[in-house]
Ligand binder design. Structure first.
Ligand code: IP8
Length: 259
């Protein structure tokens, strides 16, 4: 059993179908829950799961054109909790002691733009072998409401857990130097967050996504990088056994992110 905390982000596009509204990918969720359960029993009980908004969060935010008021806030939270419950149900089906942590209840953006977090419950849960499941969500900020991406949650949690591994399970094989459909596009085995501005993300971010995809994942890394981070991996969470293998520290094809 390894001692570091594994923070794994389940991208919204692997747990939902983003081409439709409020559409769950049940078979993928069940497979993922089973893989996490095997990893929990065999390799690491120190797991925090964060999932994206997928076809629950993003269309709701798009419909309201952001989170302009209390009504929009309430609706986004409502749909995200629906999605979160489905993930929790699947994990519990496979015996993972997962429990929901409402992002909007522990995160707050202060007037200096700093993302404040009440992390104590997460720290205690990890010590006791419970598996917190957070999600991209709407949160309260100094003057307004805003969307907090699951990616930023993952990077922010790296300040709390030492050492930690950050695992991003997405629906592509990793970071490419251009869109994979472009002839000659290369999967990058390693990306330094210092080189992020050289990558052409334009076509990689073609879907409707209110928080941005690969680019913002890496830009956030540049902002949050710190010495607690042992490893950052972006890999294809739709490939069978990759999620289990990543949690068990086995080699998984993908892109390693370095400082
Ligand atoms: O899918 C966004 O989280 P993400 C959450 O991790 C909402 O970017 C509410 C759209």
């Amino acid at each position: 059993m390894s001692s570091e905390v594994n923070v794994i982000k389940l991208g919204g596009s692997i747990i939902t179908d983003k081409s439709k509204y409020y559409h769950i990918r049940y078979s993928e969720i069940v497979r993922i829950a089973k893989e996490i359960s095997i990893a929990y029993s065999n390799c690491s009980s120190r797991i925090i799961i964060v999932h994206g908004g997928g076809s629950f969060g993003h269309p709701t935010v798009a419909e309201y054109q952001g989170v302009p008021d209390a009504d929009a806030f309430s609706q986004v939270v409502y749909y995200m909790k629906e999605l979160n419950s489905i993930i929790i149900d699947a994990l519990k089906l496979f015996g993972v002691p997962a429990f929901s942590v409402d992002t909007h209840a522990i995160f707050y953006r202060d007037c200096n733009g700093v993302l404040q977090l009440f992390s104590k419950p997460l720290e205690e849960a990890i010590k006791k072998g419970a598996v917190p499941v957070l999600y991209g969500d709407a949160i309260l900020s100094c003057n307004d409401f805003e969307v907090l991406s699951g990616d930023e949650i993952v990077w922010r949690l790296s300040y709390v857990f030492r050492p930690c591994r950050l695992l991003f399970a997405v629906d592509v094989n990793g970071v490419y130097d251009k869109h994979p459909s472009v002839p000659g596009a290369r999967l990058l085995p390693v990306v330094s967050i210092r080189d992020v501005h050289h990558i052409d993300f334009g076509a990689q971010n073609r879907r409707v996504d209110v928080t941005g995809e690969m680019r913002s994942k890496l830009m956030l890394g540049a902002r949050y990088w710190n010495s607690n981070i042992e490893e950052v991996l972006i890999f294809n969470g739709l490939k069978k056994d990759f999620i289990r293998a990543s949690l068990c520290k086995e080699a998984v094809p993908g892109t390693k992110v370095t400082s």
